[in-house]
Ligand binder design. Structure first.
Ligand SMILES: Cc1cc2nc3c(=O)[nH]c(=O)nc-3n(C[C@H](O)[C@H](O)[C@H](O)COP(=O)(O)O)c2cc1C
Length: 319
C-alpha cells in the first residue's frame, strides 16, 4: 500500500510541508509505505505542447518527470499539497500537473486503461494567507482534472485560510488532527486488502500480466505485487503489445526482484507462474503454482494464449 505526497511549496518546513508530513507520518504509522516528493526541488520543465504524448503516448522531455510517472502509477493514494500562489498551485507543481498530459493522452486518446485507476484515491491539502471566499476554487478544479488524468478519484480536500508565516499551521486548533483523521479514513480500508505476490522468472511477462489483471478486476480486495527470481531489465515489448490489444496500459512498470517486492511487506499468498525451484519460500505463506510456460522468445500468438489463460484464472480467483 503506497501513498505518494506531492509537496508543492518551495518553502521546506513551511505550512504545506507540515500538513503533508503529518498525513504521511500517520499513514506510515498505520502501516503504509509513503514517499514525499518535494516538487519545487525537482527538475520538472513545463509542457512544451509538442503533441508527442498525444501522438506517441510518451513525453520526450528528459527530466525528473520521467521518475514521477511510475510513482503516480504505483500510488494507491496521491496527496497533492500546495500553498495558494495567485489563486492556484505553485508554478513548480503546475509544471508537474501539465506534464501529466501524457497520462491524460494515454487514457483518453490512446484509450488505454491503467489497471490501478479504478481504486486509486486523490486528496488535496492547501493553505492560503487571505480569507477570500473563492480562495480554493481554481485549485480545486485543477486538482479534479489532474486526479482524473492520473487515474485517481478525487476524494476531497482540507484547506486552510489566513495562514501565512512559516510553521503557522502547527498552531491551528484543528488542522493537524483533521489531517491525521483523514489519513486514517483513506488508508485503513486499503491496508485491509489481502496481499498477493505474483512471481515468475523475469517479471517481464507472466507475473506482470497477472498483477495487472488482478489489480484491474479486484484491486479493491487485494493488494497486488509482482516480482521475478531473475528480473529482466525491461518489460517484454510483445507482452505490452498483447495487453494493449485488451486496452490495458503496462507503461511505467519495471521488472523487480523478489527482495525488492518483499520490501513492500510480507504477502499473505504467493502465486507462481511456474518458476519452479527458483521460487521464493516464505514460511507460513500459502503458495500456488499455475505452471504456465514462459512465453518469452515465443510468437505473439503464444503470448496471447498465455495472456488469455492468465486473465481467465484471475477472473475465477476466489479471494
Ligand atoms: C508568490 C506568492 C503568491 C501568493 N498568492 C497568494 C494568494 O493568491 N492568495 C493567498 O491567500 N495567499 C497567497 N500567498 C500566500 C501563501 O499561500 C501563504 O503564505 C502560505 O501559508 C504559504 O505556505 P508554505 O509555507 O507552505 O509555502 C502567496 C505567496 C506567495 C509567495
Amino acid at each position: 500500500m503506497f501513498v505518494l505526497g506531492l509537496q508543492g511549496s518551495p518553502r521546506i518546513k513551511g505550512n504545506t510541508h507540515i500538513l503533508l508530513s503529518t498525513f504521511l507520518a500517520e499513514a506510515e504509522r498505520l502501516g503504509a509505505h509513503t514517499h514525499r516528493l518535494d516538487v519545487a526541488h525537482k527538475n520538472i520543465s513545463p509542457c512544451q505542447e509538442c503533441g508527442t504524448c498525444e501522438k506517441e503516448g510518451y513525453c520526450p522531455i528528459d527530466d525528473d518527470m520521467q521518475q514521477v510517472y511510475p510513482l503516480l502509477r504505483r500510488a494507491d493514494i496521491i496527496v497533492m499539497a500546495t500553498p495558494i500562489f495567485f489563486y492556484g498551485p505553485t508554478a513548480q507543481l503546475k509544471a508537474l500537473i501539465d506534464r501529466s498530459q501524457t497520462l491524460w493522452a494515454r487514457r483518453y486518446m490512446h484509450k488505454l486503461i491503467d489497471p490501478g485507476q479504478k481504486w486509486r484515491h486523490g486528496f488535496l491539502l492547501s493553505i492560503g494567507a487571505t480569507q477570500g471566499e473563492n480562495l480554493f476554487d481554481g485549485l480545486s478544479l485543477t486538482a479534479k482534472y489532474f486526479f482524473d488524468a492520473a487515474g485517481a478519484s478525487f476524494n476531497g480536500s482540507l484547506t486552510y485560510r489566513q495562514i501565512e508565516a512559516p510553521g503557522e499551521i502547527a498552531k491551528h486548533p484543528t488542522a493537524l488532527t483533521d489531517v491525521k483523521n483523514k489519513a486514517v479514513n483513506l488508508v485503513t480500508p486499503l491496508l485491509n486488502r489481502k496481499k498477493i505476490l505474483f512471481v515468475c522468472k523475469e517479471n517481464a511477462c507472466r507475473s506482470q500480466m497477472a498483477s495487472a489483471f488482478a489489480q484491474d478486476y479486484t484491486g479493491d480486495k487485494i493488494e497486488v505485487e509482482s516480482a521475478g527470481s531473475a528480473p529482466a531489465q525491461e518489460l517484454n515489448p510483445l507482452m505490452e503489445e498483447v495487453m494493449r490489444e485488451k486496452g490495458i496500459d503496462m507503461a511505467f512498470r519495471k521488472p523487480k526482484s523478489i527482495e525488492g517486492a518483499a520490501g513492500y511487506g510480507r504477502p499473505e499468498s504467493i502465486i507462481s507462474m511456474g518458476c519452479e525451484e527458483a521460487c521464493p519460500q516464505f514460511p507460513g505463506v500459502t503458495k500456488q503454482d499455475w505452471n504456465l510456460p514462459d512465453p518469452s522468445g515465443k510468437s505473439i500468438d503464444f503470448m496471447r494464449q498465455i495472456r488469455d489463460d492468465i486473465e481467465a484464472r484471475i477472473r475465477m480467483m476466489k479471494i
